[in-house]
Design a protein around this ligand. Structure first.
Ligand code: KIV
Length: 272
């Protein structure tokens, strides 16, 4: 008897555009390794972001700045091996695209070629316009990222809400339109007022995915370690925790330690 093959449609940039047109919300989560990506993809997520937040949650750095292109390619190729359905977006890390557009193109090509990813994400607006244009000429889909851009943390000094003032808000709207005109297939808006994010989502035709940007956008993204409660020290207002894996894992590990110490593990059924 043949086993019925699971029916699914692979998510592409065109599917995301169609979802926006139909008003269907887009779900996006980060993943950085094979096992987590397999679970997240199997659960039906639309987009997986191999974020440079790997620098924080995988490597323990304070910022996203230290992660290298080689390390991003390692994470992305682990994720790609697990994914059947989701669109995989990979962050270009700090220092791999700001120099000039040729460097940006080379970095994007390395990610696509060496990991098998489907698209890349860059932080910034008008200041990286040339880099975006050059990457797009190679046929590589680009996702933009505006608002709180963690790679510029030392310029801003804090992780507080961005674009609260009118001039910064107007600049962000202009940048979003510029990203759309440049050919980006979607934009992430991080930590900006909900009313501003809603306005951007209405004024551009490409999907706008928010993190800390309210419910008026076309989709939501969270860092998977945060929403699963693996991390405990990071608790911004926008974060909803769907599990407390920190507690679950701590309890499991403590149980294992106790069973080893008391010689309860392994039992006669757990040996050869
Ligand atoms: O690196 C990352 O996880 C991100 C998300 C916060 C959007 O860029």
């Amino acid at each position: 008897m043949s086993v019925a093959k699971k029916e699914f449609k692979k998510v592409t940039t065109h599917v995301l555009l169609e979802m926006k047109r139909k008003g269907e919300k887009i779900s996006m989560l980060t993943a950085y390794d094979y096992t987590m990506a397999k679970i997240v993809d199997g659960a039906g997520i639309d987009v997986i972001l191999v974020g440079d937040s790997a620098s924080n949650v995988m490597a323990g750095h304070e910022t996203t700045l230290p992660i290298t292109l080689d390390q991003m390619i390692y994470h992305a190729s682990s994720v790609i091996r697990a994914v059947d359905r989701a669109l995989v977006v990979v962050d270009l890390p700090f220092g791999s695209y700001q120099g000039n557009s040729k460097e940006a193109l080379n970095s994007a090509i390395r990610i696509m070629k060496e990991s098998g990813a489907h698209s890349v994400k860059l932080e910034g607006g008008r200041e990286i316009r040339e880099s975006i244009a050059r990457i797009l000429t190679a046929g590589i889909p680009v996702m933009g990222h505006l608002g709180l851009t963690p790679q510029s943390i030392y310029k801003f000094g804090t992780y507080t809400v961005r674009a609260k003032e009118e001039d910064e808000a107007e600049r962000l709207v202009e940048d979003a339109k510029l990203l759309e005109e440049s050919g980006c297939f979607a934009i992430v808006l991080e930590k900006i007022p909900a009313s501003l994010a809603t306005r951007v989502a209405k004024e551009v035709s490409i999907p706008v995915i928010g993190i800390g940007a309210g419910g008026g956008v076309d989709g939501q993204v969270l860092v998977v370690h945060d929403m699963l409660g693996l991390t405990t020290e990071f608790s911004p207002r926008f974060l909803r925790r769907y599990a407390n894996l920190h507690e679950t894992i701590t309890t499991a590990v403590a149980g294992y330690i106790s069973d080893v110490k008391s010689k309860d593990f392994p039992s006669s059924n757990e040996q050869y």
